[in-house]
Design a protein around this ligand. Structure first.
Ligand SMILES: [Fe+2]
Length: 304
């Protein structure tokens, strides 16, 4: 058990997001720019104590049940950093029943490490009991909204935490009856959960499906945004880019973050880098880019 977990009560942090505040969750401290914590660089990152993000984010599925070496790494990380989580397997949009034992395992992990922020994807990854090993988009329909809203409430009840759901990237047309922004907004507002706004996913979808990323952002429920992701992507042809998390963030995506921050309260921003991971110096440069943008909009006093 990490020291931080032994010392602190579970809800002992103050969050600036109005969405989480309403639900009684707060961050205490200065949690502004974070880094996805990956096993590829975990040991070097902890040994060098560099870079120094304000928080780290990890996928609980990649750490639950780990013993030995990886448990020690996780405990060292938890002693040093506030941990946020970003799950991969909830499959909130699946036609299959929710996997309640899995959600209970997530809760235990969150409790053990005193983690308040749990985010997931507005997608599905399981169908007919088969794991599809991908985050697939949900058809933008009223039926899907009615299906998902009570599932979100169930998850929040079990976790005893707000669920924070991310807009995902998608590449094939989904059977849309309503616009994507209306679909996202209906789910977030009717369920009472919060939103993780991934600005790179907006950029990728806007490029691939031919809409304006800035206009799309303004149509989202921005008062419900509790967390932001930013990442790199790969352009594979003149009319297709793929959300790989394997490249540096490009200037237009930084610009989209800058634009987004004009319209929301200060919330944490996370740099996702899952593949083709560069030297830690380069990750630090990207964190600094995000900090510079963040600092244009928010002072430290506003955040704490
Ligand atoms: Fe993301």
């Amino acid at each position: 058990m990490p020291n931080a977990a032994r010392k602190n009560p579970i809800d002992s942090f103050k969050l600036t997001s109005p969405c989480l505040k309403k639900q009684g969750f707060f961050f205490i401290g200065y949690f502004m720019v974070g880094l996805g914590f990956r096993k590829d660089f975990a040991e070097e990152f902890l040994e060098k104590n560099f870079p120094t993000p304000d928080f780290i984010e990890l996928a609980p599925e990649n750490w639950i049940g780990m013993g030995g070496y990886w448990k020690k790494i996780l405990d060292r990380a938890a002693d040093r950093f506030k941990i946020f989580t970003h799950g991969l397997s909830l499959s909130i949009g699946s036609p299959d029943p929710l996997d309640i034992p899995y959600i209970r395992k997530i809760k235990k992990f969150l409790d053990d490490y005193q983690i308040t922020l749990y985010s997931e994807h507005l997608s599905y990854s399981q169908c007919d009991n088969a794991h599809l090993y991908d985050l697939l988009p949900i058809p933008f329909t009223e039926d899907a909204v009615r299906h998902i809203v009570p599932r979100i409430k169930t998850v929040q009840d079990i976790l005893e935490r707000p669920l924070i759901l991310e807009n995902v990237s998608y590449y094939t047309p989904v059977a849309a009856e309503i616009p994507e922004h209306e679909f996202i907004t209906a789910i977030i507002r009717e369920s009472g959960c919060c939103m993780l706004l991934d600005v790179n996913n907006v950029f990728v979808n806007a490029f691939n499906h031919g809409y304006d990323a800035h206009e799309f952002i303004l149509k989202l429920p921005l008062d419900k945004v509790a967390y932001i992701h930013i990442a790199g992507h790969e352009k594979v042809s003149d009319d297709l880019i793929i959300d790989t998390h394997g490249q540096d963030v490009i200037p237009p995506v930084y610009e989209l973050l800058d634009y987004t921050l004009k319209f929301i309260k200060p919330v944490p921003v996370l740099l996702e880098r899952d593949f083709n991971i560069p030297e830690l110096d380069e990750l630090d440069n990207e964190l600094q880019m995000i900090r510079n943008i963040y600092s244009k909009h928010f002072s430290k006093a506003e955040i704490c």
